[in-house]
Design a protein around this ligand. Structure first.
Ligand code: NAG
Ligand code: NAG
Ligand code: NAG
Ligand code: NAG
Length: 426
C-alpha cells in the first residue's frame, strides 16, 4: 500500500509538471517561430528548441504548478495566518525562494499578501509563485506628506533615504496590514496571527512555530535595536499586530504623548508601548540582503555586515553572499564588541560570521550564494539568473503569476516588465 501511494504521488506531481513543460516548449517555439531571423521554417525552429537549454521556462513553471495534495506543512498548526511581504525585490533571486520555503510553506493555513513599490526589480517577484497567494499590490509610490507632526515625532537621522524613505517604509507596512484587514472583511473571517516580513530578507531556516509563542505578546527579531526595537520583522495575534503595523496612524497618538525625535526603531517600540502591547524579542533566522559596502571592522555606530552563510539565526542583521569572511576569532571579537542596544545581531559572536564587505559584491556572488542556498533550502535548483529573461518571457510569466492571486490590485504585467525591459528603438 505504501508503494502504491508513492507511485500515485509521483504520477500526480509529474503530470501537471509535464503539461506545463510542454506548454513552455510550445510558447518558446512560438517565439522562435515569430522571429524571422531564427526561423526558416517551423521544423528548424523545433530543432533549435530541442538543442537550446532554456532553464527560465522550465524552472519557473515548476513552482507555478502548486500541487496541493503534495504539500506537507512543517508545523502541525491549522490556525489562520496572514503573511505580509513588503518592500522592493532587489535581490529577490536570492531572497524569494527562501521566503517561499521557510515562511510561506511551513504552516498549513497561510495566506500571502504582497505590498511592493514598482521598480526595475519588480519582475523578479514571480519567484513567489506557489500556493496560498491572496492579495498583491505592486504600485507606483507617491510622495507622502511630511506634516509638522511627523517632523516632530520622527527624525530621519541615520536613515539612508531620509524622511521620505522612512515614510514609504511605514506606508508599506501599514498598507499591507490594511490589505489583510480588508480581505478579512470581504471573506468574513479574521486571521489568528499576522506575520510581517521584508522582501529583501534571506531566510536560512523556518520561521518560529506560533504554537510555541504566546498570543499576548508581539514578537520582534532580537538585536539590531538602534535604541528601540528591530523593525525588520514582526509576528503576533490580530490584536497585537494592529499596534505594530499601524505605523502612520499611531504617529499623532505618539505626538500627543509628547514623544519627539524618534528614529524608526524607537518609533516602533513607542507605538507598542503607547498601545499597551507587550513585546518579546526572539531569534529569527533571516538576514537583510544589502548591496551597501560598510567598513570592516565597523565603526561603533557603523553598519555590521554578516556573511549569509552564518550558522546561527542572524535575526535581521545585514548580510550578503560573502567572498571575504572574517575568521572565527576576529568575527566573534567584532560581534561581541558591538553595542547591545545598537547594531548587534542579537546572538553570540561564535554563531555568526562577519563579512568584510568594503568592496562591492564579488563577481562570483552567484556561486557563493548558490552553495549557501542549497544547504539552507535543501533545493536542487540554482539561483535564478534573470540575465537570460527576455521581455516576452517576463510578460508571460508575470501573467501566469497574476492568475495565482485571488486579488491582483497591481499594475499590469506589461508595465511591471517594461520597467525592467524597456522597449527600445522608440
Ligand atoms: C497535530 O495536532 C493534533 C491536535 O492539535 C494532534 O491530535 C495530532 O496528533 C498532531 N499531529 C502531528 C503529526 O503532530
Ligand atoms: C491542513 O488543513 C486542512 C484543512 O484546513 C486539513 O484537512 C489538514 O488535515 C491539515 N493538515 C495538517 C497536517 O494539519
Ligand atoms: C460572518 O460569519 C459569522 C460567523 O462566522 C456569521 O454568523 C455571519 O452570518 C457571517 N456574515 C456574513 C455576511 O456572511
Ligand atoms: C584572524 O584574522 C585576524 C585579523 O585579520 C588575524 O590577525 C588573525 O591572525 C587571524 N587568526 C587566524 C587564526 O587566522
Amino acid at each position: 500500500m505504501g508503494c502504491w501511494k508513492v507511485m500515485d504521488l509521483r504520477l500526480r506531481s509529474w503530470l501537471p509538471w509535464i503539461v506545463m513543460f510542454a506548454a513552455g516548449v510550445i510558447a518558446y517555439t512560438y517565439y522562435q517561430f515569430l522571429n524571422p531571423q531564427n526561423c526558416a521554417g517551423f521544423y528548424v525552429c523545433r530543432l533549435a528548441v530541442e538543442k537550446a537549454s532554456f532553464p527560465p521556462v522550465e524552472s519557473t513553471t515548476e513552482p507555478m504548478t502548486p500541487s496541493l495534495d503534495q504539500f506537507k506543512p512543517l508545523y502541525n498548526d491549522t490556525r489562520r495566518i496572514a503573511v505580509c511581504i513588503v518592500g522592493g525585490a532587489r535581490m529577490f533571486e536570492i531572497t524569494g525562494p527562501s521566503l517561499r520555503k521557510h515562511l510561506l510553506d511551513v504552516f498549513n493555513n497561510t495566506d500571502v499578501f504582497l505590498h511592493s513599490p514598482l521598480d526595475a526589480d519588480s519582475h523578479k517577484l514571480t519567484l513567489l509563485a506557489g500556493r496560498n497567494l491572496r492579495v498583491a499590490k505592486i504600485f507606483v509610490p507617491q510622495t507622502l506628506p511630511e506634516t509638522k507632526i511627523i517632523q516632530e515625532v520622527i527624525t530621519s537621522w541615520g536613515s539612508p533615504r531620509g524622511m521620505q524613505g522612512l515614510l514609504q517604509y511605514f506606508n508599506l507596512v501599514e498598507g499591507c496590514y490594511g490589505m489583510v484587514k480588508k480581505y478579512e472583511v470581504q471573506r468574513n473571517f479574521t486571521y489568528d496571527w499576522i506575520i510581517r516580513a521584508r522582501a529583501d530578507g534571506y531566510w536560512s531556516a523556518p520561521v518560529p512555530d506560533i504554537s510555541q509563542l504566546d498570543p499576548n505578546y508581539y514578537y520582534v527579531a532580537a538585536g539590531s535595536m538602534f535604541h528601540g526595537l528591530n523593525d525588520r520583522f514582526g509576528m503576533g495575534s490580530s490584536h497585537t499586530s494592529r499596534a505594530a503595523n499601524t505605523r502612520l496612524t499611531l504617529l499623532p497618538v505618539m505626538h500627543m504623548r509628547g514623544l519627539r525625535g524618534l528614529n524608526s526603531e524607537s518609533a516602533y517600540k513607542a507605538q507598542l508601548t503607547v498601545s499597551g502591547v507587550l513585546f518579546k524579542p526572539i531569534q529569527v533566522p533571516f538576514c537583510i540582503v544589502t548591496l551597501r559596502t560598510p567598513r570592516c571592522p565597523p565603526l561603533p555606530r557603523g553598519l555590521l555586515l554578516l556573511s549569509m552563510a552564518s550558522e546561527g539565526p542572524m535575526s535581521g542583521a545585514y548580510c550578503r553572499p560573502c567572498d571575504a569572511e572574517v575568521n572565527a576569532t576576529a568575527s566573534a571579537a567584532i560581534v561581541t564588541a558591538r553595542e547591545r542596544d545598537w547594531d548587534w545581531p542579537g546572538i553570540e559572536g561564535e554563531r555568526v560570521t562577519v563579512c568584510d564587505g568594503i568592496k562591492p559584491w564579488a563577481p562570483t556572488w552567484r556561486r557563493i550564494a548558490d552553495e549557501v542556498y542549497k544547504r539552507n533550502l535543501g533545493l536542487d535548483e540554482e539561483i535564478r539568473d534573470f540575465q537570460s529573461r527576455s521581455r516576452e518571457e517576463c510578460i508571460e510569466e508575470m501573467e501566469a503569476f497574476q492568475r495565482l492571486w485571488d486579488i491582483w490590485d497591481s499594475l499590469s504585467p506589461e508595465i511591471i516588465c517594461n520597467s525592467a525591459f524597456p522597449l527600445k528603438g522608440w
